[in-house]
Every structure is written in structure tokens, then in C-alpha cells.
Design a protein around this ligand. Structure first.
Ligand code: GDP
Length: 140
């Protein structure tokens, strides 16, 4: 299997609840290496740009408001099949449908406040990594 990199984010709900450390440990316990990590807070413009693909969806304004309510952690994770592997560790978007032991089952409140984000393709991962990190910040 190919070694990939994916962009992972711990959302404001999980950071505020004090679960960032547990979630980072969860990634490492599941074979994903942290090659970059930062705590930051998205501006409204940044949140709108990051989720621009959802701009026409009815939940878009609520989503960007949520994503700017407090700090997030952004990290680049590396490993075999990392994009799909990370999404399976996160679980379904709606925690009510997430498998036992996934991050969203453990830490999410609802379909919006769902604790984490993960890129959905290698191509999108490259763009999302560049959104948060310069090449020099990726310490493989
Ligand atoms: P993901 O790839 O699993 O994060 O899911 P999507 O790309 O479909 O959605 C992006 C984010 O928008 C999700 O992680 C949720 O935070 C939020 N979201 C998705 N669907 C809904 C919805 O039906 N209602 C609300 N309020 N938020 C949603």
C-alpha cells in the first residue's frame, strides 16, 4: 500500500472539551505518524474558504460559525493508505451512525459538532495541507 499524507483537524468542540490529546494519541495508536501539528483559530474568511465546497448547503453558515468558535488543531498524518485509514478511524460524519471505537463515536456530539475533519482524497489532502502548512513545516 502507498504511503500517503492527509490533513486532519480536531474541531473546536473537541478542543474545548479537552480531548485533543486523546485524539492525537488515537492517531498514533492506529499507525499514523504526526509530521506536522499546530493549534490555531480559523478566521471567518479561512473557515469559509476551507469549506467552500459546501457553500450551497443549508448548513454552511452554521458550520463556519462553529468552526470559528474556538481553537482547532490541524495536523498532517502520514502512513499506509493514510487518507482512507484516517477517515475510517474518524467514523461516519453523523456520530449516531459511527462505529464503536471511532473518534466521532467517542467524542462527537452531533452531525455538525463532530470532533474531527479528514481529507477525502489524496488530491484534496495536498490542497488542505498547503492551506495550513508550508513545506518547511512538514517534518517527515
Ligand atoms: P465529512 O467529510 O465526514 O467531514 O463530511 P462532509 O464533508 O459531508 O461535511 C463537512 C462537515 O459539515 C461535517 O464534518 C459536519 O461538521 C458538517 N455537516 C455535514 N453534514 C451536515 C448536516 O447535515 N448538518 C449540519 N449542521 N452539519 C453538517
Amino acid at each position: 500500500m502507498a504511503i500517503e499524507r492527509t490533513l486532519s483537524m480536531i474541531k473546536p468542540d473537541a478542543v474545548a472539551a479537552g480531548n485533543a490529546g486523546n485524539i492525537l494519541q488515537h492517531f498514533e495508536d492506529n499507525g499514523l505518524r504526526i509530521v506536522a501539528c499546530k493549534k490555531t483559530r480559523l478566521s471567518l474568511a479561512q473557515a469559509q474558504a476551507f469549506y467552500a465546497v459546501h457553500a450551497a448547503r443549508p448548513f454552511y453558515n452554521d458550520l463556519v460559525t462553529f468552526m470559528t468558535e474556538g481553537p482547532i488543531f490541524a495536523q498532517v498524518l502520514e502512513g499506509e493508505n493514510a487518507v482512507a485509514h484516517h477517515r475510517s478511524i474518524m467514523g461516519a460524519t453523523n456520530p449516531a451512525q459511527a462505529d464503536e471505537g471511532t473518534i466521532r463515536k467517542l467524542y462527537a456530539s452531533n452531525i455538525e459538532r463532530n470532533a474531527c475533519h479528514g481529507s477525502d482524497s489524496v488530491e484534496n489532502a495536498a490542497g488542505e495541507i498547503a492551506f495550513f502548512f508550508s513545506g518547511a513545516e512538514l517534518l517527515g
